[in-house]
Design a protein around this ligand. Structure first.
Ligand code: CMC
Length: 437
């Protein structure tokens, strides 16, 4: 919970001369936050902040980011330590319950997740209704929303035990759903979970195996995927998490709230960026043009082209996740033989990284490669199709979305999210009969 510091900010209305003192709230880290809740009541003004550039929409104990310093922590633990020592299962437990688990707690959590991995068989028929070329993200938005149809009566959003069960169900079923989205696009049979495997290895098994051909991914690939899941597990109040909170604030089903969050994640300015990175790299390779042509386009204000995978709304320093994943990415690329078909694309990516890191335009604006730049390249290198990238991001972020939803639902001060607006349309006017318009 935030506390009130002894600082205040005074606002004076120059028209009426009325003055109010607003308290400055203090978190455990990060900048002070002016509490403007009484502003409208006292002065009759709203505040204007499109894109939430200066607005904290809630208080939260889950994840902390210092964008200037390039720091990220989950429940106080630096991302570097979690990436170096932990597993995705353990990070899920940490996010959901606030503390690192003891061995028995972790076992009971992973057993519960295994318990809920299967999808109702009727979901197969649901999947078969999609067009043959449906985008996996479209299938994921729809199928996660459809889960509400199976559990609607059962979920009591006001009961913590019921919320926990819904969270376990969603975390458990996401790999199954994600792999079915993939298998459907390939025209291959859906795989069922293998309960002998850990969460990440099982996901890769459901993705790669076929009847008669069980595929066990190498430990390097499992570790790379587990790391990507850890790094994407939460990122405080980003667009998709805020969407989940806003949707959930109306007491909607968590399945519906998650489906809305997945829709938000899909956009190329958010989770769709790693897909956009590969599309851009392919375009560069196919054009045969020099990289400098694309760098010039990225700088041109009259051109909408941007270097995908560069820049971040919050990090104005190196994205700490990018630092961790960059190493794995370089190691993986070193392991790939020169005859690997992805090599030309990956070489362009590495050249782009080097040029952008040395170019004045990018340095001045602090546009460093972000986590999606490298995750896109890793996915490409381990043979995951581009259209599945954001699906995997959604799978990893599920735990973050749910943790925020549970935090909000257990907050006695939480209310339905209802932003205000600065109205700039017509003032009131009279209706004109259709013949007189
Ligand atoms: N390429 C070229 N110029 C850029 C880029 C880019 N990728 N990103 C920002 N700029 C420029 C922008 O034109 C502006 O220049 P000026 O000051 O001369 O007008 C300046 O840098 C600041 O940009 P902004 O649009 O004010 O920054 P923002 O905080 O609103 O946008 C962003 C952040 C991530 C949407 C943007 O950097 C971008 O579109 N990047 C490419 C897409 C991408 O990689 N997105 C993934 C973000 S990380 C995933 C996640 O956490 O969800």
């Amino acid at each position: 919970m935030s506390s009130q510091s002894n600082k205040t900010v005074t606002i004076t209305d120059n028209t009426t001369g009325k003055q109010i003192k607003l308290p400055v709230l203090k978190g455990t880290d990060g900048p002070g936050t002016i509490d403007i809740r009484s502003l409208y009541k006292e002065l009759g003004y709203f505040t204007f902040d499109p894109g939430f550039m200066s607005t904290a929409s809630c208080d939260s104990k889950i994840t902390f980011i210092d964008g200037g310093e390039g720091r990220l922590s989950y429940r106080g633990y630096p991302i570097e330590q979690l990436a170096g020592n932990s597993t995705y299962d353990e990070v899920c437990y940490l996010l959901l319950y606030g503390e690192l688990p003891k061995t028995t707690q972790l076992l009971s959590y992973t057993n519960s997740i295994k318990e809920h991995k299967l999808l109702d068989e009727k979901m197969r028929r649901f999947f078969l209704g999609f067009r043959h070329d449906a985008h996996p993200m479209a299938m994921m938005v729809a199928s996660v929303g459809a889960l509400a149809a199976f559990y609607h009566e059962e979920v009591d959003v006001h009961d913590p035990v019921s919320r926990e069960l819904a969270a376990h169900r969603l975390i458990a079923k996401m790999p199954t759903i994600a792999s079915w989205c993939y298998k459907f696009a390939l025209g291959q049979p859906f795989n069922y979970p293998n309960l002998d495997l850990d969460y990440t290895a099982d996901f890769l098994h459901m993705l790669y195996s076929m009847p008669g051909r069980l595929r066990k991914p190498t430990p390097t690939i499992v570790r790379a995927m587990d790391l990507i899941l850890i790094l994407h597990a939460d990122h405080e109040q980003n667009a998709s998490t805020s969407t989940v909170r806003l949707t959930g604030s109306s007491e909607a089903s968590p399945f519906a709230a998650l489906s809305a969050g997945i829709g938000s994640l899909w956009g190329p300015a958010h989770g769709g960026a790693n897909e956009a990175v590969i599309v851009m790299l392919k375009e560069i390779v196919a054009s045969g043009k020099d990289l400098s042509h694309y760098i010039a386009r990225a700088k041109d204000k009259d051109d909408r082209f941007r270097l995908m995978g560069f820049g971040h709304r919050v990090y104005k320093n190196y994205d700490p996740r990018a630092k961790i994943i960059r190493q794995i990415c370089h190691d993986l690329l070193d392991e790939l033989g020169d005859d690997n078909p992805n090599k030309p694309l990956l070489k362009i990516a590495m050249d782009l990284e080097k040029i952008a890191l040395e170019d004045k335009y990018f340095i001045k604006r602090k546009l460093y490669p972000n986590v999606d730049f490298y995750s896109g390249i890793i996915f490409q290198a381990i043979g995951i199709p581009v259209s599945m990238f954001t699906v995997i991001f959604a799978l990893s972020r599920t735990v973050g979305w749910l943790t925020h939803w549970m935090e909000m639902m257990s907050d006695p001060e939480a209310r339905i999210g209802r932003p205000r607006q600065l109205y700039t349309g017509y003032t009131e006017r009279d209706y004109l009969d259709i013949n007189k318009r």
